[in-house]
Design a protein around this ligand. Structure first.
Ligand code: B12
Ligand code: SF4
Length: 529
């Protein structure tokens, strides 16, 4: 018996019969720094969930990530017993086509559908399949294959690939750790919370278990930074405290990028986050007026400034086209988010996706535009519901302007992150002993990575405001680091050259795309060869 677990086929981010050009296979360039041109940090993320499942089965399994159509067809031809297709709602057509191909080429193969696309209620009648997994996949597959429940083993993975910043190729320097799925907060629009029944399912219950995974990944990949894939990592307070305790006990200062809600962040406090080594925090600000339970009583301006002053980069996420937004109030909302001056900002159109409370409400109110194909249900172009004040076309333009005006006001996110890095260095410069000394040294190392880019950020600044900020940030670096050594000056010159090449690349490449390459990873396949 053998299993193929696959993501949907590329190319991604192109207008074709299966997808749309807005659906770029990148996190930042898709929905965060999309209007920042050459300053937009570029990277891909593997389909981590597939590796997690493959690692935790005993059946020989192949993970096929980012296949081309041809590559997928070749793999199907090898005669798998089961093929699991992971897809999200906007990739519905790709998943359907893949299932049809499997039925044509290998009719004996059983098809399993999984991932957020299965929240489409009648999916089994729309896509040929034998099994549908709605929710956590490891338990589902173990049951399907009659495999025993066992403790979870975490795969060794980098957090990103194909990374480029200002045109500079950057080696992967962080590991990926998935600590759990779902979130109990149940915000009305949130797919991940609803998909996992508004219950948090931890993969690791203690900080010690997470620490042990960090140690394993460090040994294998040599990294000490980790991206934690968990919708609300800091909500499990005790686990976070235990993780810090383990690091302090062992004198290991790992650092982490996390997603967390405001009530969890303030519950633990900024000093704790700094000590824990949080270097990047993704937080849902959502809206100035529609205040969710998690955000009650939070002054985001103060919180974000405090985090950045401690060296923690913040990605603030805001929602546009809420019911109360009209032509006036939408500008207030964009202004409110912009004024928070986070390192990075995501504006997302409110998106009624199947399974959510929002979807049910809009369906009941007859607001859903079911004539709009699923490829367009992604939140970065036109809304797929009827809004009292905006047409679909207007929603796309207003969203573009939101990103553009935030960039215009606050400058390149990468420059803001450099600012946060040096602010963290300054904030910890008096920490001369113990665990916080390690943190300070780590912040210094991070700041050094930004240093060679500062001249370029100044000379290529998109406007005068950004140039002033670049000058200010560069001065802070110079004050702390002193006279710049020759190798650093050489690197700065090289960056000037690379950004010119990147500017040219952005102009000539369709949709400014960087496509991820196909990755095939066998698990236990030697057992049947
Ligand atoms: C990493 C990520 C990406 C990466 C893509 C990685 C990739 N290789 O595909 C990037 C940044 C490129 C990306 C892009 C987009 N994404 Co995205 N992404 C995520 C994110 C943050 C993490 C996914 C992940 O790895 N989770 C961890 C694993 C463990 O969980 P999992 O994937 O859900 O898998 C578990 C189960 O679902 C199940 N399972 C999954 N697949 C399968 C398959 C089988 C066979 C089985 C049995 C089980 C199973 O088992 C797994 C283990 O329990 C999620 C949010 C989240 N926190 O999950 C959004 C999310 C999946 N993305 C989403 C969306 C909408 C997009 C975009 C359209 C961007 C946008 N405008 O929002 C684009 C589309 C790009 C494209 N062309 O496809 C939505 C999907 C909504 C929906 N209902 O369909 C999510 C849920 C975010 C959200 N809005 O809430 N994304
Ligand atoms: S806090 Fe975040 S992850 Fe949790 S339900 Fe709300 S939006 Fe979703």
């Amino acid at each position: 018996m053998k299993l193929l677990l696959t993501s949907v086929f590329g190319p991604y981010g192109v207008d074709d019969e299966y997808g749309r050009k807005e659906n770029i296979m990148e996190l930042f360039h898709n929905q965060v720094t999309r209007e920042q041109g050459v300053f937009s940090p570029r990277m891909n993320h593997d389909s981590y969930g597939l590796h997690l499942m493959a690692e935790n089965l005993t059946m020989p399994t192949v993970v096929l990530d980012f296949p081309s159509q041809k590559r997928f067809l070749e793999e199907v031809g090898k005669g798998y017993d089961y093929i699991g297709i992971s897809f999200i709602v906007p990739n519905f057509l790709k998943a359907r086509k893949m299932a049809q191909w499997v039925r044509e080429i290998s009719p004996e193969t059983k098809i399993i559908l999984g991932g957020h696309g299965t929240s489409i209620e009648t999916i089994e009648t729309l896509i040929p399949c034998d099994h549908v997994c709605r929710g956590e996949g490891i338990r589902f597959l173990r049951r399907l294959f009659n495999e025993e429940e066992a403790s979870l083993s975490h795969p060794i993975l980098y957090a990103s690939s194909n990374k480029h910043i200002l045109g500079i190729p950057v080696k992967p320097n962080a590991g990926m750790i998935m600590t759990g799925v779902g979130c109990s907060n149940g915000c009305r629009f949130c797919c991940t919370s609803h998909y996992f029944q508004k219950v948090y399912t931890p993969f690791f219950r203690t900080g010690k278990e997470i620490y042990d995974v960090c140690v394993r990944i460090e040994k294998k990949l040599g990294v000490r930074e980790f991206f934690i894939l968990d919708e609300n990592f800091l909500k499990s307070e005790n686990r976070a405290r235990e993780l810090l305790h383990e690091m302090e006990k062992n004198g290991k200062a790992y650092s982490f990028s996390v997603f967390s809600s405001a009530e969890a962040v303030t519950g633990l406090g900024i000093d704790f986050l700094q000590r824990l080594g949080v270097s990047f925090l993704w937080i849902g600000v959502e809206s100035k007026k529609e205040v969710y339970e998690k955000n009650k009583g939070i002054d985001f301006k103060v919180l974000i400034k405090g985090l950045r002053d401690h060296g923690i980069s913040v990605l603030a996420s805001g929602i546009l086209f809420l019911e109360h937004h009209d032509r006036e109030t939408i500008h207030d909302e964009i202004g409110f988010i912009t004024d928070l001056n986070a390192d990075l900002v995501q504006f997302m159109q409110i998106g009624p996706l199947p399974g959510t409370r929002l979807f049910k409400e809009y369906e009941k109110q007859g607001k859903l535009r079911k004539d709009i194909p699923y490829e367009e249900w992604h939140g970065q172009h036109q809304i797929w519901f009827t809004h009292p004040h905006f047409t679909r076309e207007e929603s796309a333009e207003a969203l573009r302007l939101a990103f553009a005006s935030e960039f215009e006001a606050n400058g390149p996110s990468f420059l803001r992150m450099a600012d946060t890095a040096i602010r963290g260095v300054m904030a910890t410069r008096e920490c001369k002993a113990g665990f916080m000394k390690l943190r300070h040294e780590q912040l210094v190392e991070r700041a050094k990575e930004f240093y060679p880019t500062l001249d370029t950020l100044w000379s290529h600044a998109p406007n005068n405001r950004s140039r002033v900020l670049a000058e200010e940030v560069r001065r802070k670096f110079d004050v702390f680091f002193g006279r710049r050594p020759v190798p650093l000056r050489m690197k700065s010159l090289a960056v000037q050259g690379l950004i010119m090449a990147e500017k040219l690349r952005c102009r000539v490449i369709y949709n400014n795309l960087r496509q991820p390459g196909t990755i095939l990873t066998p698990y236990r396949m030697e057992e049947i060869q």
